[in-house]
Design a protein around this ligand. Sequence first.
Ligand SMILES: Nc1ncnc2c1ncn2[C@@H]1O[C@H](COP(=O)(O)OP(=O)(O)OP(=O)(O)O)[C@@H](O)[C@H]1O
Ligand SMILES: [Mg+2]
Length: 795
Amino acid sequence: MALRIKRIEVEGFRAFRSKLTVELGERFTVIYGPPGSGKTSIVRALEFALFGETREVASRLMRREDLVNDFCDKARVAVVLAGGEGEILVERVLARSGASRLRVVEGSNEFYDEIGEHHLRSKLALTLDDFAWEIAVGHQELQALVHSSPSVRNRVLDELLGLADIRKLYRELSGKELKGYLKALRDELAKLGGESLLGKYEELKAKYRGVVSERDALARELEKLEARRRLLLEEYEALRARATEVDQLVEERGKLRALLESLGDEKLAKMPAVDESYVREYAERFKGELAETLELFYMGEEAEGVRRVDASNLASLLEVSRSAMDKMRSYMVRMEYELKDIQNEIRRLEDYINDLEDEMAEIEARIGELEHSRSEYDALVTRHGDPVSVAKKIAQLEVDAKALQAEEGRLRCARELQEDVLRQLRERGTATCPVCGSSITDAAALPRVEPPEALKLKRERIERMLQDLREVERKLRKLEPELRLLDDYESRRESLSKALDERLEELQELRASAEELEERLREARRRMAELARAYEQLDSYYKRLRYAELQEKLKELEEEIRRHGYDENRLNQLTRELKEVENRISVLKAKLDMLEASERQIAGELSALEAAVNSLKDLKKREERVAGLYSNLMAVRSALVEAHVKLRQKLVERLSEIASGIFAELERSSEYDAVEVQVQSAGPRGRRGHYVFRVRRKLDGSYVPALTRMSDGQRGLLALSLLLALRQLKPRSFAVLILDDPVPNVDEDTKVAIAKLLAEKMPAGLQVIFTTQSRRVAEELSPTAKLIAAGAAKS
Ligand SMILES: Nc1ncnc2c1ncn2[C@@H]1O[C@H](COP(=O)(O)OP(=O)(O)OP(=O)(O)O)[C@@H](O)[C@H]1O
Ligand SMILES: [Mg+2]
């Protein structure tokens, strides 16, 4: 049976200093009293007793110690609950320090503090929040229902409709962990390589199989080859045994063959056979020619040596002639060097002669130029004499000129004196002799003085001659060095021409000896070439003779060996075949080794991969399982959503129905007569949704949004209607409804109507407690309710 409240005892709690005991009615109790009389304090006392705190303390609007009356040290609250198996006493003491103690008594059992708390919780199955919204509802809660934001309203209504649990379950079933796990599994799978790893694994397996089968095939082939080798070896050994018997013969034959080979086996085999006597004759001739040529080369001693050789011994003749020819070749080389030296000397001499000729030409040119000066000089000498006689003449003429000049001076002086005497005579008839001082009176007596002009002319002629001679002397002096230079050039020309003649002679000689040497060299070369040809021929004859001889011998030996039953061809064939087989075996072995190594490597890779593949498979299984679980969970979730939507729809319809009935009774203005709660869905499949209140307007019968149309009082009534409807929709194990002055902002009549409705229309099992400030309301209900006047215990 559901729990009810039988009695509440309060002391030292909020409004109550002294002790107050409130005995509550079975069905309906009205607690009335003016403001501050302690009505709400009684409700809070009940709350404190049941939960150890009040909604104000829980939401930190008040400290716990504020619950203790200011005039008391501690508060004590006790509640007696009835129903179930018996009465339960719940008692709490709260010290001013904030410490509190709990005692729960049920029958003969007493529980304290923590254990008591535990016991109490199990009995009530309620939280403080549930208590505030469903059991002890105040004006604030109802206001919140119609005034709060849509999200708060949603939360509250979901909670009150019992849908919150479903939503919580839905949230809890989000599968977040499962999804995370799934993702981790998939990541792990991806890290391991996923499908590609399996592909790689299969590929590797196929490769492994391929390698193994190839290796087996190879091993089989190898076995066959080994068998063949054994057979060949047996035969080979037998033949080898025979071979040792004819070992010496074979060795000899080998030597013979080597000899033949050294003779130029193949070429000789193709040549025709030669006549031995013809060869001997040829050798004799060759010898003679060789000796002769050696003599030509001034190698008399060697020529003697050659003559001494027996021409029938071709090998020694060839050897001696080879060395002699070598010597001749080196002699020829020496001659070539010598010739080169002479030619070099000729070139050098020619260069020198050219230089001399150039110099000579230059000197000749100089001499040509100077010859002119000489002829000028000679002409002057012929006319005027050599420079010495010219100088003498000049000296003579100078003396003459001077004498004439003196004579002329004397004459000029005498004439002046005579003229002076003549003037004296003319003027005075007498004159004094300027020489002796005697007096002269006769002009005729005066000596005759010649005029100086004749002298002057003579002197001037002499001076002209003198001038010419000086000019001649100057020219001669000027020409003298050139004549000396000419002499030098001429003597140089002489010596040059002499040297040139000598050099030309020398060159002539050199050219002659070069020609001679060239001639000799040509001859030597011709002879040598002839000799070389003859030598080649002789050598070829010798080889052919020798070859025929050796072939004969070889044939004999072969016959001898065959007689001993030794088949060399077979042995060679066997050796070749054995070699081939062995080569093939070694190739196969190498291949087999390689294959085995790769088999080992692949096996290692496979085993490493196998572990990864196993864990991949395991992971895949797990991933499939988890994915299954996850999709199941998602299905459950969506089923839950659907159930939630449906249930909510149903609940809302029912709620609208019950609330409409209650509202119609309380709304006394007769403006509205029905309430409808709707869910306006948002989000996928109506998972979420806002609760919307609509009311039917009587006037036109249409539903209008309640919260935007109605008055505060009307809204309070709407909230109360909804709350009462909710309480009926969802019964509680604690069958108590306390309405602490739920709609204060309505008129007295409406309050009476509310109280009456509570007294009469509530379900029979519900204990209702209603507080009001109005004495009239309380008195109106007196016949059906237990009335408790608050305020008596306040002081
Ligand atoms: N710690 C306290 N010590 C002393 N008095 C207190 C204490 N706490 C509250 N009161 C008094 O208690 C009274 C409030 O009581 P309460 O809220 O129960 O009144 P009410 O009857 O519900 O009033 P209303 O009708 O206005 O709601 C006030 O008069 C206040 O002074
Ligand atoms: Mg109050």
